[in-house]
Design a protein around this ligand. Structure first.
Ligand code: GTP
Ligand code: MG
Length: 373
């Protein structure tokens, strides 16, 4: 209904028309029993009576973060082991990119005909039959977003330290980030192939920052590698799995998916394209989804090796299309039961974001309007 008369509304609410007229008068509207009321006026009266307007979809939570904090929404499912999500950090030129490439080249392209057809900002490798997810974003960026939102994206971090250079300012910064986020650190002592490599010095210097090697009675794993030559990569990945096992990372593949945006952009042909990391649950093609301040339906999904997939389970990175707008890296995503709710939550979030942008002034809400009366 777009409009009702005062009399019709009174009947629907089971109230006397005079009561409605009085209420309208209090709100500053002079009305008669045959007066037509528009949608807004109807909603106002209904809200005052604590009655929901039928057409309206009720959304009690628009803060996506709350969907991460509690599982009350979801029936308790079965928790199963999930792959660890790993980022790589370290000082400039210590070999982060070379290590990522080395892992990807030795582990992903092998056995995957065609190899990587496109870059999606994250990838999975298989070591000893177990999957490991690597975020291709600079570790620092991942941590900053993570910290800003008080949320966890990474399960563990590999700290790359060049054996010929030792601990540098960004090495220390990385340690502080990881410590603040309570993310375990594995040290990759890189460039071991170099003449000037001095792993003892690296261990010595890191000990001063609280990272004591196991050999010296501490509990930090140090893995010597040459990212350039591909030496020690298998051992490093085994260590990642070891630490992941201790962390007992679990997820419920049967619940509706939640996760975080790794990166997103506008593509001329495909529209909004977003790389998502599914952190819990399973994401399916066709799922109604809210991503940051936008929403949509998952139209198509592509995995890290450029293949079309229909579903993506816990710790899986996928690229999706089908969103109305382009979200931001670090934004949360939540899958909803139906498109109507996703739309309502998404639109509400978009409106709020615009309003917040426009002014930080306190807005007059219906509630405090009534409080004043
Ligand atoms: P930024 O992204 O600039 O912070 O640097 P990065 O940490 O990604 O370092 P990158 O992988 O670009 O490596 C820097 C230089 O070190 C490049 O010239 C690499 O070829 C070289 N390098 C990386 N790993 C090794 C290694 O294991 N041995 C040797 N000899 N050189 C290496
Ligand atoms: Mg790099």
């Amino acid at each position: 209904f777009e409009s009702l008369t005062v009399g019709e509304l009174a009947k629907k609410l089971g109230r006397e028309p005079s009561e409605i007229i009085k209420k309208l008068f209090m709100l500053g509207v002079m009305a008669t029993i045959n007066q037509e009321l528009d949608k807004d006026a109807i909603e106002l009266i209904c809200t005052d009576y604590g009655v929901e307007v039928e057409e309206e979809i009720r959304i009690d939570k628009t803060d996506l973060e709350t969907y991460f904090e509690s599982d009350e929404e979801q029936p308790a499912g079965e928790l199963k082991e999930r792959p660890p999500v790993v980022t790589i950090m370290g000082h400039v030129d210590h070999g982060k990119t070379t290590l990522l490439d080395s892992i990807r080249n030795t582990k992903v392209t092998a056995g995957e005909a065609g190899g990587i057809t496109q870059h999606i900002g994250a990838y999975q490798v298989v070591e000893n039959g177990k999957k490991i997810t690597f975020l291709d974003t600079p570790g620092h960026a991942a941590f900053t977003t993570m910290r800003a939102r008080g949320a966890k994206v990474t399960d563990l971090t590999i700290l790359v330290v060049a054996a010929d250079d030792g601990v540098m300012p960004q090495t220390v910064e990385a340690i502080n980030h990881a410590k603040a986020a309570e993310v375990p650190i594995i040290v990759a002592v890189n460039k071991m192939d170099k003449e000037a490599a001095n792993p003892d010095r690296v261990m010595q210097e890191l000990t001063e920052h609280g990272l004591v090697p196991e050999a010296w009675g501490g509990d930090t794993i140090f893995a010597p590698i040459s990212a350039l030559k591909g030496d020690g990569i298998d051992n490093l990945l085994d260590m990642v799995l070891l630490v992941a096992e201790v962390a007992e990372l679990k997820a419920d593949a049967k619940r509706k998916a939640i996760g975080t945006v790794i990166e997103a952009q506008l593509d001329k042909g495909r529209g909004s394209v977003a790389t998502l990391l599914v952190q819990d649950g399973t994401l399916n093609v066709g799922d109604p989804i809210v991503v940051g301040n936008t929403f949509g339906r998952v139209r198509a999904m592509v995995n890290d090796i450029g293949r079309r997939v229909k579903e993506a389970g816990p710790s899986t990175p996928v690229e999706i299309t089908g969103l109305n707008d382009v979200p931001q890296a670090g934004d949360r995503f939540v899958v909803f039961e139906d498109e109507k709710t996703a739309r309502a939550v998404g639109e509400s979030r978009a409106t709020t974001a615009i309003q917040e942008q426009r002014s930080e002034k306190t807005r007059v809400t219906l509630d405090n309007l009534f409080d004043q009366m």
